[in-house]
Write a protein that binds this ligand. Structure first.
Ligand code: AMP
Length: 422
């Protein structure tokens, strides 16, 4: 019988076999963030629509086509968050954090929402893990961000990713560079895809971001495009050189990608993306960059910032494809006879203060419990035989060592502890 309801298009359930891997990865990420001195921030999953419209840029795909926009019963214009930098900056300003200390290092993880066309690795509800370093304009902050990104993957056991970096300059140099791009594209302008023709007017850098085969073929007919890094203002050029030198110094391998512009309009200077080339079309695992104008744009004092977000769904796919298996906790199975069932429940509860413990809930016979125990993969079996229990003893079988001992229940915890840590 087909179920009456299905998860909405573009969403999916994470089932226990998934959540074990997700939780493991999240725990590793928390450790890395904490070693880098970052603290968690949790913001609402919906915000005023205007916040996203203003921060991401009206011409961005996210705002134009992908926003989960709705009005609530009070007719407020809201949207499910398509990304989290805007929400974090809003919270930073609203809480007055900036007045308390100059630099804030924040991380987040949670669901984001974009109304795109679903496919493998692309969902309408997806998950991001991200970081923001607010208050520093120093190139070292960009370098730390990129190193942190790479180190999160290292903590997940994944090396060999491609880190692509570029500088997208400042709004002023971008404007001038936009004119150079328009001139470069002029010979093919009328043949470009409709999207690119529209972007050529509103935001020519985004034409470089096109996925259209037609556009890409047209680019091939043109000489090499002008490069943003050749047209930076003096400060941005110094910043770019310092970021590259800093990455070299800390040993983060990277490629310069002159076509990298990032999808959102708020980036300034450094932009970066990280790819797993084994993934095919949806190879971007995440990206980020500097957003020195954003905080002012959202009503705050001029404050620099740099951040990234990692697509968690795709990262978990990579972990799965590379065969990461998450270790299960060692399980202790308590097996009872009719006369010791209540005692077994009590003992199980006590042991659960420290260990992962299973026990029969359904009144199954001793033999049925022993059979199930064999299949369960539990390392330890604690058997509450009737006679032994009356003598104040339980049997403990250790399938790893192939041993069986008889001990007092009060000695069990110490024995388990020593075996598990041995
Ligand atoms: P962006 O800021 O748009 O580059 O997003 C950062 C990362 O989030 C991307 O590199 C993807 O890994 C992930 N991501 C973005 N949109 C989606 C989506 N619709 N489904 C799954 N992952 C996504």
């Amino acid at each position: 019988m087909a179920p009456k309801h299905q998860a909405p298009r573009g969403t999916r359930d994470l089932l226990p076999e998934d959540t074990a891997r997700w939780q493991w990865a999240e725990a590793r990420a928390r450790e890395v963030f904490s070693r880098y001195g970052y603290s968690e921030i949790r913001t609402p999953i919906f915000e005023d629509y205007e916040l996203f419209a203003r921060s991401s840029g009206e011409s961005s795909d996210v705002v134009q086509k992908e926003m989960y926009r709705f009005s609530d019963l009070g007719d407020r214009a809201l949207a499910l968050r398509p990304e989290n930098t805007a929400g974090v900056v809003r919270a930073y300003l609203e809480s007055g954090m900036g007045g308390r200390s100059r630099i804030h290092k924040l991380w987040y993880m949670g669901p984001m929402f974009r109304y795109g066309r679903p496919q493998k690795g692309r969902y309408r509800q997806f998950h991001q893990i991200g970081a923001e370093l607010i208050g520093s304009a120093a190139p070292g902050a960009d370098v730390e961000m990129i190193a942190l990104f790479v180190d999160l993957y290292r903590a997940w056991g994944i090396d060999g990713l491609t880190v692509a970096v570029n500088s997208v300059g400042t709004p002023a140099t971008r404007l001038a560079y936009g004119d150079l791009l328009r001139a470069w594209l002029a010979p093919v302008a009328t043949q470009l895809s409709a999207d690119s023709q529209a972007r050529l007017v509103t935001n020519p850098l985004r034409v470089l971001d096109t996925k259209s085969e037609v556009d890409l073929a047209l680019f091939q007919q043109l000489p090499a495009p002008p490069r943003m890094v050749d047209h930076l203002d003096a400060d941005s050029a110094d910043h770019w050189a310092a970021v590259c030198a800093g990455l070299d110094a800390v040993g983060v391998a990277y490629e310069v990608d002159h076509g990298l512009v990032r999808g959102l309009d708020y980036y300034t200077r450094t932009a970066f993306e990280v790819h797993d080339r084994t993934l095919g079309a949806q190879s971007a695992l995440g990206g980020g960059g500097r957003y020195d104008g954003l905080i002012e744009q959202l009503g705050g004092p001029p404050t620099p910032g740099v951040g990234f977000s990692i697509g968690q769904d795709r990262s978990m796919l990579v972990l799965q494809e590379r065969g990461l298996s998450v270790e299960n906790p060692t399980v202790v199975l308590v097996v009872a006879m009719d006369a010791t069932r209540t005692a077994a429940q009590t003992l199980a509860r006590e042991l659960r203060q420290e260990f992962a413990v299973e026990s029969d809930l359904e009144g199954r016979s001793f033999n049925a419990q022993m059979k199930a125990a064999g299949k369960s993969g539990a390392r330890f079996l604690v058997i509450l035989g009737e006679d032994e229990w009356q003598r104040g003893q339980v049997a403990i079988k250790d399938s790893k060592l192939g041993t069986q001992d008889v001990v007092a229940p009060s000695a069990l915890a110490a024995l388990l502890r020593s075996r598990i840590t041995a």
